[in-house]
Design a protein around this ligand. Sequence first.
Ligand SMILES: NC(=O)c1ccc[n+]([C@@H]2O[C@H](COP(=O)([O-])OP(=O)(O)OC[C@H]3O[C@@H](n4cnc5c(N)ncnc54)[C@H](O)[C@@H]3O)[C@@H](O)[C@H]2O)c1
Length: 397
Amino acid sequence: MQHVLRFLGHDHLLAKRISGKRYQQTLGVHRRFLSLYYFASYEIVANVYFPGALGQLGRGLAKILRAKFGSDNVIMSDIVKPDLDIMRSGPYLYADILDREGLHNIVVTHRIDWLIHFSALLSAIGEQNLRLAMKVNIEGVHNILEVSRTHKLRVFIPSTIGAFGPTTPLENVQDFTIQRPRTIYGVAKVHTELLGEYYHERYGLDFRCLRFPGVISYETAPGGGTTDYAVQIFHDALKTGNHDCYLKPDTMLPMMYIDDCLRSLTEMMETDEANLRQRTYNVAAMSFTPHQLANMVRKFVPQLRITYNPDSRQQIADGWPKMFDDSNARRDWGWSHDYDLEKMCSTVIDGIRRLQQESTSALPIDYDVEVKQALDLHRSSGEPGEQKEIIQQAGQS
Ligand SMILES: NC(=O)c1ccc[n+]([C@@H]2O[C@H](COP(=O)([O-])OP(=O)(O)OC[C@H]3O[C@@H](n4cnc5c(N)ncnc54)[C@H](O)[C@@H]3O)[C@@H](O)[C@H]2O)c1
């Protein structure tokens, strides 16, 4: 049986795992020696609260955090009904981030140290449903920051390439540059970055934020963003051989494979605060156009045909960076990506083929059902009360 020993006198509630016998011995030694012993001997273990855990990025991150900290120390939470695998994998709680008291309750009851906040309405869905996007992406963040300040948590909230806009010099986008996004998603993310930095300056809150590019995964469906085509194309290539792209062939955007994305998050969260010269960093891996992606996918699936029918997402993509400069993250905490375009494509295609073989159903996710239907459902919603039903319907379809 392992026990958790909290570091005496430290603000951050980082806990260390030690055996019961060692715990008794350790309590008897001098505090100065204890702190040396502490740093020399044990890995960091944090109690993590993780709202928005059932989205595209959340399930993978929960697996990584649970492998690091132990299943019981990572509380997944969302407003949708989880499948049985999630329920069996560790603690899961229903929690709406618009309910601030409920968040306080969870943080206190479970002695939370880190809060990783993934709940959001993404760019395309946000444009279809302004009022709800403002509630979840702005009011929700206020709740998360207030709860984190009150209980002195280390808090991570992701930002995005969507936090820039058409007036940003889009070629090699720096951490600090013009940010005038034209989507509610982007406006809310700039608000999050600035408010988190303000809480850090004013209250000493350990706020951490990475601007992720479009994230590519194959085990979980994307949630209605502008870069989702780069996931859908793989499923279409293997299912029908035809992909109808909603962006123009030369629309270049920064992208990242999900393993790199989640590793950047855990590495930044584990970085000693003294190494962070800023609170919000770009992280990058590769940039490509739909045309370049289709050519690379054809190396593995030669029969792929692609047509182009730009829709309203083209206008969003036109205002986003083509390339990210992430040199500050590389310098300050050693960020380095692992997946380039070819490695990402071969990994995703192998992964989908493996899942196809293991599964009796045609494909592990059905983009058409899970994402396009979610878009339609969100379009008609305005009230937060309606949202649970809408997201549940989308998740169940
Ligand atoms: N996926 C990407 O390509 C990408 C890129 C850049 C940044 N991000 C950011 O990463 C985070 C996670 O993204 P994702 O792709 O997993 O998003 P997603 O849309 O797949 O998941 C978001 C989750 O938030 C939950 N949620 C919505 N409203 C809620 C509420 N009121 N209370 C609690 N939970 C609520 C949803 O049920 C959903 O499970 C977001 O902040 C997003 O902005 C994602």
